[in-house]
Design a protein around this ligand. Sequence first.
Ligand code: FES
Length: 366
Amino acid sequence: MNFIPVMELSDLRINSHVLVTVGNRPVLLSNYENKISAIGNICLHKAGPLDKGLVNKREGGYFVQCPWHGWEYNVHNGKAPESFGDQQAVYEVRVEGEKILISEKPVIPASAAKHKDNPLEDLSSLKYETGPGTLNVLGISTTNMHPGITRISTSEEALYLALNNCKEQHGAATKLIRLRDLEFRACEGYYSIHERACTWPCSISEMDPKDGMNEVYRSLVLWADIIFVATPIRWGNPSSLYFKMCERLNCVQNQITLHDRILIKNKVAAFLITGGQDNIQQVAGQMSCFFTDLGFALPPFNFVGWSRGWNAEDMDQNVEEFKKSKYIRRSVNELVTNSVSMSRHMKLVDYEKMDSPLPKRKDIRD
Ligand code: FES
């Protein structure tokens, strides 16, 4: 086997690691515990660069941690921590005089462990539950309320009206998700490390298959034909839980940007927006823009709004006024009718060929 000189011995500091290339292979050369070693630099998960990661010493040796999602490899033997079983490529290192040389090819090849029973298999392989004859309607309530205190939320009441109407008037299958009942982590901004660090399924879901957003992904991407998203107005915007969900949906949108892959096709989104004071148009604008960016189509007149205006400080009257309102009942029914008819029309069109005019990674290369 040929050995390739990669650097001067005096340039490799004790307790440090650097990126070198052998032929065209990136290799992590390190010097921990006075032992020079070399392993492959490309993470076996999603190809993150190990040289940008930190090395931690703990029982079992020195482990480099991938900066993208935290996978680890022993810098001396390339092995992932015991329970994982992945093996990073290992190169032989020689020191001749002042030069460090590395074997032209790995002496142990890289091998990713076969992780059986992937709990996210339905999401990875996009096992859609929709078809030409389905009418699956998902309601997502984004209001924050203490689960132990029973009280009425106007946005959630409007959502119940919409779902009941879908079931009774249109024979739809319905499902309700209250975001406040799900425990889910906030998006941790992997995209801002590197665009390919934002993955589908979300890397947080991979780390924790019990993360509450998995129910949203399954229902919204795989199951629903129509979604109704209900939000209160909070300081002129949708609720904080709504934004927490949207940030975790970045992984759906990024599939378009990175891979030209549209996960949401043939689906309709409409909104129920209520607030003691106003800003309905701003909230509807935000929601419309976000959900069309994911691939949803909006029906004509795609939201119902309820607000009693800037000086309506008598909030104790709000729920009572809302419950008495004929306008709410009529407009929710009309929103449902428009959404159902839009969904039925869309099923007659071949959206498999749908394209997105969003910026894509390949534009940068053109
Ligand atoms: S942990 Fe390395 S790419 Fe995901």
